[in-house]
Design a protein. Structure first.
Length: 198
């Protein structure tokens, strides 16, 4: 009997890591950090619970990896978006990029972990996301008004994702991406357009 080649082992490790990330992202978004156990995640992924320590060191490490991969997914979806394209990118995320239409990436960013380090990571990611949005709108260091406007835009986007995932508030809950783009364009345009000082 021959042992698997290093390439096969690497591919299996990558697949296992991805299974754990997907299971964890779903659990953390649905149940929150505190209510989720590593055993739940391992069971959902169909792997041994010890593999969480091997690939992520801890539950906190897995949560951080989930946040990082969620933001990476959002960055890939946004690509090199211009300010005019931001409403469509937000609508794509809010409409849900998972197969069941649940906007897990955005909801995950809202979930408080109950763990100070994990929450610090989450806030850091939100801060970076706001700065990037502010830069698209013409922000320069020290322009607190435009940075605040970018944070308000992100807060509104997260609120849309939360209401869509946790309530039956219609027509918001079942709105398609196409239906969300127009109102989001109005919102982003109104909030991020810098008013001249009077």
């Amino acid at each position: 009997m021959t042992s698997p080649s290093p390439t096969t082992r690497r591919r299996d490790a990558a697949r296992t890591r991805q299974l754990l990330l997907e299971a964890a992202r779903q659990r953390f978004a649905n149940d929150g950090y505190a209510a989720t156990t590593v055993r739940d995640i391992a069971d959902d992924a169909g792997v041994n619970v010890a593999l969480i320590s091997r690939y992520f060191q801890s539950k906190e490490g897995l949560f951080e990896a989930c946040l990082t991969s969620a933001v990476d997914d959002m960055r890939r979806a946004a690509g090199t978006a211009t300010l005019a394209e931001v409403p469509e990118r937000i609508a794509e995320q809010a409409a849900g990029i998972d197969s069941d239409g649940f906007p897990r990436q955005l909801v995950l960013l809202l979930r408080s972990s109950g763990d100070a380090r994990a929450d610090e990571i989450r806030v850091g990611i939100l801060r970076t996301y706001a700065r990037n949005l502010a830069v698209l709108a013409g922000w320069t260091e020290g322009d607190d008004d435009l940075l605040l406007r970018a944070q308000i835009t992100i807060a509104a986007s997260l609120g849309i994702a939360m209401l869509r995932s946790k309530t039956k508030l219609e027509p918001l809950a079942s709105a398609t991406k196409e239906q969300l783009v127009g109102p989001l364009a109005d919102l982003v345009g109104a909030v991020l357009s810098k008013k001249p000082a009077t």
